[in-house]
Design a protein around this ligand. Sequence first.
Ligand code: SF4
Length: 306
Amino acid sequence: MNLIANHPCTKCDNPAVIFQPYSGMYLCKEHLIDDITRKVKRDLRKYNLQPGTIAVALSGGKDSSVLLHLLHKIFAPSRKIKIIAITIDEGISGYREKTIENAKNLASDLEIPHTIVSFKDAFGRTLNDLMKESGRPPCSVCGALRKNLLNKTAKQLGAGYLAIGHNLDDEAQTILINHLRGDIGRLVRLSHVGGRVQPGLVPRIKPLRHVPEGEVVAYAGAAGLSVCPKACPYMDEAYRLGVRIFLREFEDQHPGTRHGIVRGFDRMIGALGDAYPPASLVPCRVCREPCTDGLCQACKMLGRDS
Ligand code: SF4
């Protein structure tokens, strides 16, 4: 059953494009965009952003494209905050070409400075090459290398913040996964995103943290953004996929579950105070990027441990 067929927007007489079960509201295109923009502005205020540059990690997928579009809209009138975009080309043939094209087009349309850096240039190998020689899960390798290259590039470009397009579903899944694995260290480190200054690390912000994935997709449609429907061929995180399916079904039965998980996490972190401070960081002895034990994850993945 299509819940929104012929239903008017709760705030005006225009046809609704989405129903929010957790709020009970039907929203038309315009009011959906207003609602998401308001939520993103509210989250941005929490980061107490200082004047400077925000680098958006722009893969060209739906989340990062919507994030860039929103941040451009919010900060275009500001002289204090400049938006730039960084795209990482991991070298995933048959997939990344299309999203990079989307990223280039969007940055060009919005007249945003755009830098593309590749695994091949930075590490000498594409993700495709690395997968032929490594038995490690693709997303672990890709995630570690991308994090390293994004941070390094953001620093080189003088960015004060690195914005990433994690939406509400991503955030709730990640919190739940860390609970299920009993990984308290990793769980608590999630709270260190956002403005805490650590040597060598560009603070990361997640302005879409309270926007459900379905609404990100609807925003992309309402704003006319081009979104690649293909999924990464390496997407293999069976554990995350299981949690994703479970959460989606639970959210259908109990609207507001994802919000509850994120809200509960924030309250728990607030109650912990400084009991779990961020880990002390030192420069990696090979690439000089910050890490906890002298050799960063990216260099470990690349076997650069001499
Ligand atoms: Fe990289 Fe995994 Fe994302 Fe593909 S799905 S881009 S391999 S992290």
